[in-house]
Ligand binder design. Structure first.
Ligand SMILES: N[C@@H](CCC(=O)N[C@@H](CS)C(=O)NCC(=O)O)C(=O)O
Length: 224
């Protein structure tokens, strides 16, 4: 049934939304085909209109988008929710009702929030580690993220946000790991331990290696 899942993603170097379903599918051993659609040079500028190939496969003109037969699902969290229903036996969301509600709340908070952090510190797997001047709005996002991680990790035994399995909430926050790391953002020990656990996953290493091999560079993202 799942053999015909196809995930379309953007550049692994930059596409934080693409990383989310991709890493969840890899860590949950969900078989899928993957196509990388490179962004254009104008990406990140007002002149950008999306690429023709993205518009061909995604009604929103954005990636990630999952195709399952004739069903087309754009959007990281919608894809994750679909996978959780397609594979109810997989530990994508926590079993416990209250923990599941907490996991969904923080997943949604990521989807809808953290604009200052996202625009000032774009995900970039090729960026050398170096700090940068941060606005108060970015620092407030970083503090809120630290609070989210501390709350989740202190209520479970880790190593992941809701226990032993890398799940939907971890996937939604995975790009934050790259941002905390490459922009050398302030973080506590609990967050660092979670980052280390995720960065140790074969799926993370596979994404990272593939990102470094990509030939494409987008100036607007390299300048951050
Ligand atoms: N809310 C969407 C956001 C998707 C998104 O912004 N994707 C970016 C790449 S990371 C994109 O496709 N941008 C192309 C464009 O906006 O033209 C999700 O959760 O997947």
């Amino acid at each position: 049934m799942a053999q015909d899942l196809k995930l379309y993603i953007g550049n692994r170097r930059y596409s934080s939304w693409s990383l989310r379903p991709w890493i969840l599918m890899r860590t949950q051993d969900i078989p899928f085909e993957c196509e990388v659609i490179p962004f254009e040079q104008t990406m990140g500028t007002a002149a950008y209109g999306g690429t023709a190939r993205i518009r061909e496969v995604s009604p929103t003109g954005q990636v990630p988008v999952l195709h399952h037969g004739d069903l087309v699902i754009p959007g990281s969290l919608a894809i994750i929710e679909y996978l959780a229903e397609l594979y109810p036996q997989k530990p994508i969301w926590p079993d416990d009702l209250r923990e599941r509600a907490r996991a969904r709340a923080i997943a949604l908070e990521m989807l809808a929030g953290f604009g200052p952090l996202r625009s000032a510190c774009g995900m970039n797997f090729g960026r050398p580690v170096a700090g940068k001047d941060l606005s108060e709005a970015v620092l407030a996002d970083v503090r809120r993220i630290e609070e989210i991680f501390t709350d989740a990790l202190e209520r479970c035994d880790g190593p992941f946000l809701f226990g032993k399995s890398f799940g939907a909430a971890d996937a939604m926050y995975a790009p934050v790991i790259n941002r905390l790391h490459v922009y050398d953002l302030p973080r506590g020990e609990v967050t660092q331990a979670w980052m280390d656990a995720v960065m140790g996953l074969p799926a993370w290493r596979q994404w990272h290696k593939a990102a470094l091999k990509e030939p494409w560079r987008i100036a607007a993202y390299e300048d951050l």
